[in-house]
Design a protein around this ligand. Structure first.
Ligand code: ADP
Ligand code: MG
Length: 163
């Protein structure tokens, strides 16, 4: 069952980063004990990596986020958790994910942030929370939807941290 989503707007890149920071707070507030998958969908240039940069910084990463454009996955250890940032845009075949060991990344209280999750086909389970970014005249709109119990917990933490 999908809970009605949440729509957030960002009029510049700093506001997109701030949404990422707010999501970081919600992820920590939800006290996750299982692996959690965040999907980031939307056109090239919609702001997915910018949002992840704000999220990683809020979890304590210093400096710019490394780009997973070619490596497909960049690992971090932040706030006592394994956090993996994946960008599957360049994935040619979902089978390549076996080499990446994507499944093994989903252990403990790890957080997986996946740009272009749709490229994984059925090699990746449905994200607990999906953020869909779109261009608008005023900047960007981010539609957040949950598809699991853990996702709904994070979504309500996001809601109550209203701006
Ligand atoms: P994606 O990962 O979705 O391809 P990026 O995060 O790389 O997109 O962002 C592409 C460009 O959009 C960057 O130059 C970034 O600064 C800009 N951007 C991000 N958020 C906004 C916003 N809210 N308004 C205007 N530009 C933005
Ligand atoms: Mg990107």
């Amino acid at each position: 069952m999908r809970e009605p989503g949440l729509r957030l707007t960002a009029s510049d890149p700093d506001e997109t980063r701030a949404i990422g920071a707010r999501l970081a707070g919600a992820l920590l507030a939800a006290g996750l004990r299982e692996p959690f998958v965040v999907g980031l969908t939307g056109d090239l240039g919609a702001g997915k990596t910018t949002l992840v940069g704000g999220l990683l910084a809020a979890l304590g990463h210093e400096g710019p986020a490394r780009s997973p454009t070619y490596s497909l996955v960049e690992p971090y250890r932040l706030a006592g958790r394994d956090v993996h940032h994946c960008d599957l845009y360049r994935l040619r075949d979902p089978g390549e994910l076996e080499d990446l060991g994507l499944r093994d990344l989903l252990a403990g209280s790890s957080i997986l942030l996946v740009e272009w999750p749709e490229r994984a086909g059925d090699r990746l389970r449905e994200p607990d929370l999906n953020l869909h970014l779109e261009y608008t005249d005023a900047g960007r709109q981010v539609a957040v939807a949950a598809s699991s119990e853990a996702g709904r917990q994070v979504l309500s933490a996001l809601r109550f941290d209203g701006t």
